[in-house]
Design a protein around this ligand. Sequence first.
Ligand code: HEC
Length: 278
Amino acid sequence: MRLMKIIPAALLGLTLVTGASTTALASGEGAELKHQHWHFQGFFGQYDKAAALRGFQVFEEVCSACHAAKYLRFRDLEALGLSKDQVKAVAAKYEVNAEPNEDGEIFDGDGERLKRTALQSDVFPAPFANEKAAASVHGVAPPDLSLLAKAREGGPDYIYSLLTSYVDSDHLTEEQAKKAGDNNYNAVFPGNVIAMAAPLSDESVEYVDGTEPTLEQHAKDVSEFLMWVAEPNLDSRKRLGWAVLLFMVVFTILAYLAYRRVHARVHNEPANGPWPLH
Ligand code: HEC
């Protein structure tokens, strides 16, 4: 009889936890953000690997011209479904700084930095040697994108909104144009004036999987990808969460059955014992 009460209680607990995790994601989003449905949201949510792979294509072909992602290793891409050989082929397109040669040199005779072809174990190479060099080209150094999806309030919703909220100079009010000056006007960026020109538009990238290449699709995919880069273990953490919950439910049922067994014996004994020794 009591088991019938415990199971609904456990289910209620589950529902509360599920609800809590969704609300946690929903809070912390800025007021003007364009909220998107993300596959990884909620208690059951997992990354949409195909979308994240398309996002990698956008990152590779567009964003990585200015932005580094120093925590992204080529071999991490296997988690999105690329085979070892495919990862090798992606890495082989890039050059990274070589280790010192047998003479301990890192520059060749002409003073050029020695390079070698990237391996799967390498980090995705940064477009600039350091922040100063990046800042001298763009005025402001483009931030590293590895953790940005976790660092900004709203996370992927913020990145999506930022990329789709540029107002081109023909559509600015006089006041907005004055504010932007030679810079770019973005409705979502704090302060609205941003050193990054709109990096995406329709057909910025021709998707290898044939998905329609709209601005919104590019923005959504690259945001999914950047969320994955920032938190690659989200999927396995959620799976572990489920395993723990399942264990707790089974454990609760077993504990209850044990309790019933012990009490059944207690009730069958005369008031002052003795306890049966079998
Ligand atoms: C031509 C260079 C360039 C390209 C290409 C570029 N960015 Fe940027 N990005 C910048 C610069 C410069 C900034 C710093 C802007 C500032 O602080 O005013 C920036 C800032 C950002 C920010 C941070 C905004 C914030 O809240 O601080 C994000 C997110 C971002 N870029 C995402 C992207 C993504 C995604 C792509 C690819 C689709 C991309 N960028 C392509 C130059 C670039």
